[in-house]
Design a binder for this molecule. Structure first.
Ligand SMILES: Cc1cc2nc3c(=O)[nH]c(=O)nc-3n(C[C@H](O)[C@H](O)[C@H](O)COP(=O)(O)O)c2cc1C
Length: 505
């Protein structure tokens, strides 16, 4: 026994305390649990590759909800934090790059989101990242590989002195489908490489090197989550993705096998511990971070989120992929957005133009949702798209159903902005992306200082989750060796920043 280890015999009633002292092993006869710090959870190669202290990422949240302040706080605490670039104009994203450049070499990344209805925007953001030397992106919403994401990944690729192919641009790809995962865990396909080389977007030398690396080094498996989600359970999906990675690794024999991380539903020590136990190289959180003080949302939304229970989420039409019938998971409690969005989708399905909507239906949505005449809504929507993507206006003026979709999408899009800005007269229209992780966190924080959203900050929440996950992992070791652990031993209470500093730093 090492001098620092303590036996249960020496402290038979103090198992709770021993388990929490993570620096010391716990030993009891034949049962023991090693010292285990949060830095040891997940894959050490992930820590090394990204230069982070913890195998814990905070995911991008659109419209700057994953704000500069959130990324700064995460980065300083040793997390891998992604700025929420989706939905923002390139100039606004560039302002974020300017501010986050002040972090120097400290890790951070930016979202590169697939925009099926706005491929110009996807390309413009990709160009911006290449021009500004952004070295890490979180790629999301992809249904397959696009020229933009491939161009980003292969930019600056070279063969190092040791013979390994080095891709300076890193991609952490978030997926919830095996078919999409397959694309990211394999080298870029030959046909796409040939097309890109033929159009001069990559060189033939880059195309050759691309065959030796997977499209992404880190793949986040996203289960039922806030925002875009297929509502799949993590425990079912994660092992399937690991199996896929293993199969592709056996086939391609990459020098550095891709890592698989877990997201969706993770906002408690228990969930994080379970994800690491399944083999997650890292965990990634979303919903819980929106309720933290650094998020780009409003205090009103933070209060609504802090009051959410497990079942207070619902699927609603997505603004960006409205016509495809794609849905996003949002907060149900305290807002009528989901019902109102669903109503707009039904109307869009049923009618081919603004003029075809029956008068009673039209006046009801004008009065309750838009609070103005649909013709006036079209006028402002038209102005918006003339600046952002004029091809949409050209198409809408030829196709009345597309015009109707743009008008309805304007409500869905603004509903998120009203929430972020905390516009008081629009509370019932707030679109707040949120998954069941929020209710799980609230349940865990109930009765503690973290119940109050003003006390939630991203680093404190992350370090609590990580600390608790380490305690629970040790408890699991002891249980496997025949010890019965009562709830008073395994219950993890939220700790203050000062307490965590004492225990972890
Ligand atoms: C408010 C909000 C906005 C989000 N926006 C984006 C986004 O723009 N891009 C993206 O890749 N993921 C987005 N996500 C997903 C998160 O990055 C993360 O993957 C997810 O929230 C994890 O699941 P959880 O909500 O159960 O924690 C968003 C999530 C939330 C809650």
């Amino acid at each position: 026994m090492t001098p620092s280890s303590r036996t249960l015999e020496a402290n038979p009633t103090g198992l709770r305390g021993l388990l929490r002292d993570l620096r010391s092993p716990v030993v009891s006869g034949r049962a023991s649990a090693p010292a285990l710090m949060p830095e040891q959870l997940g894959d050490p190669a992930f820590l090394k590759e990204h230069g982070v202290r913890y195998a814990y990422a905070t995911g991008a949240m659109a419209n700057g909800i994953a704000s500069e302040a959130l990324v700064e706080a995460g980065s300083k605490a040793g997390l891998l934090s992604f700025f929420g670039a989706a939905g923002l104009a390139p100039a606004r994203v560039e302002a974020a790059i300017d501010r986050l450049d002040k972090l120097g070499a400290a890790p951070r990344g930016f979202n590169l989101i697939h925009s099926p209805s706005e491929s110009d925007l996807e390309n413009a953001v990709c160009d911006l990242y290449l021009r500004r030397g952004v070295k890490l992106v979180e790629a999301s919403a992809f249904m397959g590989l696009t020229p933009a994401i491939v161009r980003y990944r292969l930019h600056g690729i070279f063969r190092g002195a040791d013979g390994r192919v080095v891709a300076p641009n890193k991609v952490v790809a978030k997926v919830s489908r095996v078919e999409v995962a397959e694309k990211f865990l394999a080298p870029v396909g030959e046909t796409l490489l040939r097309e890109l080389a033929a159009s001069g977007l990559i060189t033939t030398a880059q195309a050759e090197l691309a065959a030796e690396i997977p499209m992404t080094q880190d793949l986040t498996v996203e289960a039922d989550s806030g925002g875009h989600t297929d509502n799949r359970p993590l425990v079912a999906m994660f092992p399937a993705m690991i199996a896929l990675r293993d199969r592709l690794q056996a086939k391609f024999k990459f020098k550095n096998p891709a890592r698989i991380g877990a997201a969706g539903g993770i906002a408690t020590p228990d969930a994080a511990a379970a994800a690491y136990m399944m083999g997650a190289a890292y965990v990634l959180t979303g919903s819980v971070n929106q309720s933290c003080v650094e998020s780009g949302s409003s205090d009103k939304v933070r209060a609504m989120l802090a009051a959410a229970g497990q079942a207070d989420c619902i699927m609603a039409p997505a603004a960006d992929m409205f016509e495809l019938g794609v849905k996003v998971q949002v907060l149900k409690r305290g807002t009528m957005f989901a019902q109102r969005g669903a109503k707009l989708y039904e109307i869009w399905k049923a009618y081919d133009s603004i003029e075809a909507i029956p008068a009673a239906v039209r006046s009801s949505i004008e009065k309750d949702l838009f609070k103005e005449n649909l013709d006036a809504v079209w006028a402002s929507t038209r102005e918006f798209f003339l600046k952002r993507d004029p091809s949409q206006v050209v198409r809408a003026e030829k196709e009345p159903k597309h015009k109707l979709a743009l008008v309805f999408r304007s409500y869905l899009g603004q509903a998120s902005r009203w929430a972020n800005a905390g516009v008081p007269e629009r509370v019932l229209d707030y679109q707040v992306w949120c998954g069941p992780a929020m209710g799980a966190f609230n349940e865990w924080a109930l009765g503690s200082f973290l119940q109050e959203p003003a006390n939630r900050n991203v680093a404190l929440v992350a370090r609590n989750i990580l600390y608790g996950a380490a305690v629970l992992t040790r408890a699991h070791f002891l249980r496997c060796q025949g010890l019965t652990l009562t709830p008073d031993i395994t219950r993890i209470e939220p700790l203050t920043a000062a307490e965590l500093e004492r225990l972890l730093d």
